[in-house]
Design a protein around this ligand. Structure first.
Ligand SMILES: Nc1ncnc2c1ncn2[C@@H]1O[C@H](COP(=O)(O)OP(=O)(O)OP(=O)(O)O)[C@@H](O)[C@H]1O
Ligand SMILES: [Mg+2]
Length: 377
């Protein structure tokens, strides 16, 4: 025994030292790789945001999301989860689209919320893709916001800029994470606004990374379609449905056309916009609705906003002197109250003037057909 080159203690100490050196080397290399990884900062930040968001959202359907099991990529997507309490838009803020909203609720939201009612047949399961399309400014994004608030499910507002990464392979991993996260969170709605910018028709000029991402998106989406128990819905909005890839259109069987408002819808939209606004008795909403053929909801909002601004401009121009002299006399009344008293309500004249200015500019831009010109009075 005595002629062995090492004693027992020496061997033990050697093994301990070797273990220690390997552990230190392992952790150092891991730390170094982490530092070298260009996306590590954004991943850390996204993880923090996502954890906070998931904590604020709490469990849905008594189901707690296992945050620890989410990968870095899933966390980056989870940072875009929408908190319904942060959204101000509800169904009541959308005018003239009650038929479409009812249909959307019945085909998309109800099957998620009342799964028990739809279990008897696989044909009654919610569609995996919903497309809102129509001219600009007619309420597509508004409908999506209201859906996020009212659906009572997890809602991911997918910002496409996060899917595009300058590092090769990152985009594909993020695209895959959208689906794996949604499956972990289900029931879940993934909303992609202006979907045509991302999933437009594929062609041979596509960049390799974009083409790969599109193809991967489609195949993962197909995975959802073939799993009947999976309640993940992809909702897209676009005003250029003709630019979408045909394979994408196939994956969005439920399509809703949000059209230009007709006269009755315009009347409802104007009533909603002018609700709680000070309007004079001479304002005839029906007349404005009839004259604004070719105006979208967004145009009508702009028309009313302009009209509301005119009265402030008039007030500033003509009455500022008068108010100043009154202010000296009414020192006791609060400033804001005096201002409100001095402002006149929105008159029909304001609305007409706003309309004529907008109409002219729309004709010049070519966004309003000359044949649609109907004069007020
Ligand atoms: N039906 C409506 N009821 C009430 N407000 C409306 C309606 N449609 C449009 N608006 C007003 O127009 C604005 C723009 O609507 P929204 O963003 O939903 O348009 P969009 O259809 O998504 O347009 P785009 O295709 O350009 O994205 C809304 O913020 C709202 O003020
Ligand atoms: Mg929009």
């Amino acid at each position: 025994m005595s002629d062995l080159p090492f004693t027992r203690t020496e061997i033990v100490s050697l093994v301990v030292r070797l273990t220690l050196v390997s552990a230190v080397t392992f952790w150092s290399i891991k730390w170094l790789l982490n530092q070298v990884d260009p996306t590590s900062k954004s991943k850390k930040k996204a993880r923090k945001v996502a954890e906070e968001q998931l904590r604020r959202l709490g469990p849905h359907n008594n189901q707690v999301v296992p945050v620890a099991t989410l990968t870095d990529y899933e966390m980056m997507i989870a940072a875009h989860l929408v908190n319904p309490n942060d959204i101000k838009v509800s169904w009541r803020d959308i005018a003239g689209l009650s038929g479409l909203i009812d249909e959307l609720r019945e085909t998309v939201i109800l099957p998620i919320q009342r799964r028990d009612l739809f279990l008897d047949s696989h044909l009654t399961s919610p569609p995996k893709g919903v497309l809102l399309h129509g001219p600009p400014g007619c309420g597509k994004t508004l409908i999506a916001k209201a859906t996020a608030r009212e659906a009572g499910t997890y809602f991911i507002n997918l910002d496409l800029s996060i899917l595009t990464d300058k590092w090769y392979g990152e985009s594909q991993k993020l695209a895959a994470a959208v689906f794996t996260l949604a499956v972990k969170l289900q029931p879940c709605i993934i909303f992609i606004d202006e979907i045509d910018s991302f999933l437009r028709a594929r062609n041979s000029n596509d960049h390799e990374a974009t083409a790969m991402m599109k193809a991967q998106f489609m195949s993962l989406w197909d995975g959802l379609i073939t799993d009947p128990n999976c309640t993940v819905i992809i909702m897209g909005a676009t005003n250029r449905p003709q630019d979408l890839d045909r394979a994408i259109l196939r994956r969005m069987p439920a399509t809703f056309h949000v059209s230009m408002p007709d006269v009755a819808q315009r009347e409802q939209i104007i009533r909603l916009i002018l609700d709680n606004e000070p309007i004079a008795d001479d304002v005839d909403i029906e007349v404005i609705a009839k004259s604004t053929n070719g105006f979208s909801g967004s145009d009508l909002r702009e028309l009313c906003r302009n009209a509301a601004v005119y009265r402030i401009r008039d007030f500033l121009r003509e009455e500022i002197q008068q108010i100043n002299s009154q202010a000296a006399r009414e020192k006791n009344s609060p400033e804001e109250e005096r201002f409100q008293e001095a402002l006149r309500p929105i008159t029909m004249e304001d609305l007409k003037y706003s309309f004529s200015k907008m109409r002219e500019s729309k004709i010049q831009c070519g966004s309003l057909n000359i044949s649609q010109r109907i004069d007020l009075d």
